[in-house]
Write a protein that binds this ligand. Sequence first.
Ligand SMILES: Nc1ncnc2c1ncn2[C@@H]1O[C@H](COP(=O)(O)OP(=O)(O)OP(=O)(O)O)[C@@H](O)[C@H]1O
Ligand SMILES: [Mg+2]
Length: 454
Amino acid sequence: MKSLRGRLLLATMLVLVGMWMLWSCLHIASMTSEHTGWWDKSLRDVAHQIITSLPENINLLSADSRRLQLPANEKAGHDDLSFQIWGSDGTSLLRSMESPTVPLHPNFQDGFSIEEVDGRKWRVYSVQDASGKVHVQTGIPWDAFKMDLKHWIKGAFLAALLVFITLALTLKTVVRWSLKPVTCLQQDIAERQEYDLTPLPTKKLPLELKPLIESFNRLLLRIDTAINNERQFIADAAHELRTPMAAIQTHAQVAAGSTTPEETRAALARLVTAVERGTRLTQQLLDSARLESNYGVKHERVDLVRVIKLVADEFDIVAQQRQQTITINAQPCSVCGDVDELGILLRNLLDNALRYSGQGSRIELMCGIAPSTDGITLCVKDNGPGVPDPEQRARIFERFYRADQDHRRGSGIGLSLVRRIAYSHGAELEVTEGLDNRGLCISVHFPVLKNDTP
Ligand SMILES: Nc1ncnc2c1ncn2[C@@H]1O[C@H](COP(=O)(O)OP(=O)(O)OP(=O)(O)O)[C@@H](O)[C@H]1O
Ligand SMILES: [Mg+2]
């Protein structure tokens, strides 16, 4: 059953029916159980009362003596309980009107028994007074006994039915009333505009639903932030793409309009640079988008030395062209992460070091266990100009930020990717001075790799 109302109703009804049945069984047992039940108790009580209220000279009474009559305005009730008083010699001294003329218990034995008198079954209690003068017998016909029980069950059933119906109606109303704020909330959500991610009101909500809606509001807030970031990213990316596109167009037009082969060559060379920049920017944007879609990817043990060697090999030719030296200083170590993302991280750090440190510079790639924390550190150092201004240093990880403002050199996305990858790996970034007391060193401190990590 999926409805809350239905579940509540069903659970309450089942408990109630169960309790009612238990109570009825106990009640029936308390009425019918032998010797201690209500009926047996009333048979015994009446017999005892009769004995204790009889005069000593009761045996002087004769069964034929005339009986007293009820007043004219009173009608004789037909009580099921009958009694007989017998003398010690077996003569009938007194009996109730409905009682049979023969003894209910023919052998006058004290105690309870079931007897058949004139073809009718009776529950009988028989008792003799202390002096043995009289014998009192009380009895209820078995069919009256059964009828009584039937009446009681019927009454109890009808009463229970009434209670159940009233309760069901009350529960239904209470649940509907309690869930009214939820219905309002549902209307509020249905009427909302696209991208309206303002938090839902929690003021009139039932206490039980508040945490759920509060969590939902937190989710809305996160989605809102993510959407705003995406919007900003798309706007920035479009803006950034405009520059190489405009340059491509201009240089292509110049090349088309040039009259001498030298002019054409120069324009085409500038065109190639602009295309390279456009391609690079597109690649960075693609990496960025890939990182977004990689969210929640499963991390595995990654050999950092292997990643360093692979990335260094990729940049070998570029470094040779600029007479730059790449040194690898790597201790065997692994981190828990995604090998592709770690490749992007290192590629961007090495690319920056090569790009910004200039001709003939030195770059060092390092990885190993940090003695102070036992975590793994990966760093890329160069001996170029670095970023000496602390304010600029603090901002280099921001998306689209460039410290040198030279638009031909980069788009300012690389280090923002580095930061995102580092954070998704639980790593911290540190920017310090590079080689020869100059340049830049960007260190990535990974957390301690646990033994049970894959
Ligand atoms: N090793 C370095 N030496 C000097 N400056 C650096 C170094 N690394 C980064 N920078 C500065 O930080 C800025 C941001 O770097 P980032 O890698 O984010 O962008 P980018 O290199 O300009 O563009 P791209 O997205 O193509 O990598 C750079 O523009 C540069 O000014
Ligand atoms: Mg870069």
